[in-house]
Design a binder for this molecule. Structure first.
Ligand code: NAD
Length: 356
């Protein structure tokens, strides 16, 4: 029987609560599925700093490198906000992404029929939205050098090399080939040289995908178009900072940031995580929505292990859960027949998975 080794990073805030529920669901789906899942828990983020004095200990990198995939919750919190930059929780995640060469971040945004009212946009605008944000993850302004904060001046540098743009563009076009065959590349080419290169290179890559239609959009317009008519998008291809912002904006189309999963790939081992942060405001209260993490676990089964049936079961169980009117607190005003805690939500979804 196949055995998949999963590095588990629960992180800070709601991280442990939501990852525990994803593991509950993974255990349910792997029972009698013809494969075994083995977990190895490691620390990253503020909790790692508290133990090791580092947000990303060497042990964590080593375990991640030797696993088949990484399941991650979230990191960060006020407690660690005033640490020097390289000791902050976020530095641990940025370093993990760059060490593992996870340059491509996939953030699918789907609207569940049952939750069309949960979006802050009108139901007619969001009904049927199914888009994918492909965000470059290890380059751009978050990593560019030089960077400095002085007393009266601070600066960052936005850099992209041609090869960095080629590899992320290819990922977006490949994804479009198995979706709606449309790529919209988002940049700020009217102002930034780095975006002008981005546009030229994306045009070049597009020549290898004649079936895919390519359009370009400035990021300010894209921010507006996403809420005006999100259905116009199939695959959105963009750089690190624009993708960060646009994908959070896109999450609201679905009704709650607690619903959206993501995968970060490109290197040897993929990282699967919800798009939201550690939500310190609700940590420890048992009210976090675990669906984003459970759906990230489904993406892991599908894309890292090729266990399509098992992934489908999880997706179907999540749909059933919502269809039957179960809601966590973030969605309690939208078609709720029963409000459940984080733990109850995980148990109900796991139970549905076992019966599918
Ligand atoms: P956040 O995503 O943690 O929270 C934003 C809002 O969404 C909060 O009101 C929160 O309660 C809510 N929310 C988030 N996830 C939810 C869920 N599963 N269910 C219900 N509600 C949910 O963003 P923030 O408040 O800007 O950041 C909090 C901390 O998280 C910061 O330290 C930040 O640096 C960190 N962060 C980490 C990651 C990551 O680990 N990948 C990503 C973003 C932010």
């Amino acid at each position: 029987m196949k055995t998949y080794k999963i590095a588990v990073i629960k992180g800070d805030g709601i991280g442990p609560e939501i990852v525990d529920e994803a593991i509950k669901v993974l255990d349910a789906v792997s029972t009698n599925a013809g494969f075994n899942l083995v977990y190895e828990e490691v620390l990253m983020g503020g909790c790692a700093y508290d133990v090791y004095g580092e947000p990303l200990p060497k042990e964590t990198i080593e375990v991640c490198m030797h696993c088949d995939a990484i399941l991650f919750g979230a990191i960060g919190g006020e407690k660690w906000d005033n640490l020097p930059r390289d000791k902050r929780p976020e530095s641990g995640l940025l370093k993990l992404r760059s060490t593992l060469e996870l340059f491509a971040n996939f953030r699918p945004v789907k609207v569940y029929d049952e939750l069309v009212d949960a979006s802050s946009l009108k139901p007619a605008i969001v009904e049927g939205v199914d888009l994918l944000v492909v965000r470059e993850l290890t380059g751009g302004i978050y990593f560019g050098e030089p960077r400095e904060k002085e007393e009266k001046k601070a600066y960052n540098t936005m850099v992209y090399t041609k090869s960095e743009i080629v590899r992320i563009a290819k990922m977006a076009f490949e994804a479009a080939m198995v979706r709606g065959k449309k790529v919209c590349s988002i940049d700020k080419a009217n102002v930034l040289e780095v975006s002008q290169l981005w546009r030229e290179v994306v045009e070049e890559v597009a020549k290898d995908y004649p079936e895919v239609s390519l359009s370009h959009m400035y990021v300010d317009n894209a921010a507006m178009q996403l809420v005006r008519d999100p259905k116009q998008f199939d695959v959105i291809l963009t750089g690190n900072i624009f993708g960060d912002i646009l994908s959070d904006e896109a999450s609201q189309i679905s009704g709650s940031i607690g619903l959206l999963p993501s995968s970060s790939v490109g290197g040897k081992v993929g990282l699967y995580e919800p798009i939201h942060g550690s939500a310190p405001d609700i940590a420890g209260q048992g009210i976090a929505n675990p669906i984003a993490t459970i759906s990230s676990a489904s993406m892991m089964l599908r894309f890292a292990f090729g266990e399509i049936d098992a992934a489908d079961k999880i997706d179907n169980a999540v749909s059933l859960f919502l269809k039957e009117g179960y809601r966590t607190k973030d969605l309690s005003s939208f078609g709720a027949k029963e409000i459940c805690s984080t733990q109850e939500a995980g148990s109900i979804i796991a139970d549905k998975v076992s019966k599918l």
